[in-house]
Design a protein around this ligand. Structure first.
Ligand SMILES: NC(=O)c1ccc[n+]([C@@H]2O[C@H](COP(=O)([O-])OP(=O)(O)OC[C@H]3O[C@@H](n4cnc5c(N)ncnc54)[C@H](O)[C@@H]3O)[C@@H](O)[C@H]2O)c1
Length: 368
């Protein structure tokens, strides 16, 4: 099956997305048109380059020159220090406004590179070349970029859309099982919120998907990326419904910060966050059976249990979440396939009490 192509229109232009097996080949003419005669500055980390440098070389063959900036692997790349180092490396290399950056890696490399591209010289073009499932289904799409502070995840950033996303399914073949699991959680999130047919498909093909078969993953990537792109088009800067995509992330981000960046995979943290959001949804219209269904799907992924964490600290971190307002934190609650609410106010007292029970493992694994 070939790659799919679609566009995401946003207030500053269009992102062209190529997804699936053969995406790189399908994107070649587009890349050539965009890069011809321009210098390319690629950001990546050593483990990714060790496996897929040839893919980057194919992209760069259209450019006037290629310079590769290696950054620390994983979440450690998402800091102001690494971003500032990249700004300075770009300046030393003489990068101009017509230089193009490329993010070659997972969501960490993508968020960092987008942030640097959006801030260097007040914004230069960049390409997303996502190599993890999580980045292909979610992080590379939609223009959210940023870095972490020790105090709060993703706390510094901006909207800056890539010119193109090349989600080549072949790159996923080298992903460890843990990273496939983490990416599947974001696909399940999007499917539960926006695309009931995709949820059915993930449920029936989960075993194939976990084996990282590019032919199985490609269509899931395409469907999840398309569903996210449509929502982003309707609300590019999260004034409203785009907030739905934060399902599971309110607690998820706090868990990542509390555990120490890089200790919990993003998807695993979101999986725990989804379970907790389902607990909160029980008394707020959660459709009988839907919570149990999502719970069973997450059970099948065997998400690792949480390390011991303090409920009060998590509540404090959630209050600092960038989605929080002075008026409090609005929760995203998925209630039925394709039906969810955002901005749901829940008292700090209820959240604290439920969270303490949740962390103590006194909640049933399935929320219904
Ligand atoms: N901007 C957004 O809209 C958005 C959405 C969701 C998540 N995110 C962010 O994405 C980040 C998580 O991204 P992630 O899950 O891709 O993790 P990651 O970028 O940290 O990468 C995880 C690991 O996968 C390895 N890896 C990458 N590609 C590989 C390949 N093809 N084969 C083998 N190993 C490979 C990397 O070396 C790394 O060790 C988080 O920081 C999260 O906040 C952003």
């Amino acid at each position: 099956m070939g790659a799919a192509t679609f566009e995401l229109r946003h207030p500053r232009g269009t992102t062209t997305v190529f997804a699936g097996a053969g995406a790189l080949e399908s994107a070649a003419p587009w890349i050539f048109g965009e890069l011809a005669g321009r210098p390319l500055y690629a950001v990546s980390s050593a483990p990714i380059l060790a496996r897929h440098r040839d893919g980057l070389a194919r992209v760069a063959s259209a450019a006037r020159s290629l310079e590769v900036f290696e950054v620390p692997d994983g979440e450690a790349a998402k800091s102001l220090e690494v971003a500032s180092d990249l700004h300075r490396r770009l300046a030393r290399s003489g990068a101009k406004r017509d230089g193009v950056l490329a993010a070659f890696g997972g969501g960490s490399v993508g968020d960092l590179t987008g942030f640097v591209a959006g801030t260097y010289l007040r914004g230069v073009a960049f390409l997303q070349l996502p190599t993890t499932l999580l980045a292909q289904v979610d992080a590379a799409i939609g223009g959210k970029t940023g870095v972490d502070l020790p105090e709060a995840k993703n706390a510094v950033g901006l909207f800056h859309h890539p010119r193109v996303v090349v989600a080549e399914a072949a790159w996923l073949a080298t992903l460890p099982a843990d990273e496939i699991r983490s990416g599947l959680v974001e696909a399940i999130k999007t499917a539960a919120l926006l695309d009931p047919a995709l949820l059915d498909r993930i449920e029936s093909e989960l075993d194939e998907l976990r084996r990282a078969r590019p032919t199985a993953l490609g269509p899931i990537v395409e469907a999840a990326a398309r569903a996210k792109a449509r929502l982003v088009e309707s609300d590019p800067e999260e004034a409203g419904a785009r907030a739905l995509l934060n399902f599971g992330h309110t607690l998820g981000h706090a868990l990542e910060t509390a555990a120490g960046y890089g200790r919990l995979r993003h998807g695993d943290a979101v999986a725990h966050g989804i379970r907790f959001a389902l607990v909160l949804a029980r008394s707020r219209g959660l459709e009988p059976g839907f919570g149990a269904r999502l719970g069973r799907l997450l059970d099948r992924l065997s998400i690792p249990p949480l390390p011991p964490l303090d409920a009060a600290r998590l509540v404090d971190l959630m209050a600092r979440d960038k989605k929080a307002r002075e008026s409090g934190l609005g929760w995203v609650l998925a209630l039925a396939p394709g039906r969810a609410e955002y901005g749901v106010p829940i008292s700090a007292g209820e959240v604290s009490a439920e969270l303490a029970r949740f962390l103590a493992g006194r909640e049933p694994a399935r929320p219904l």
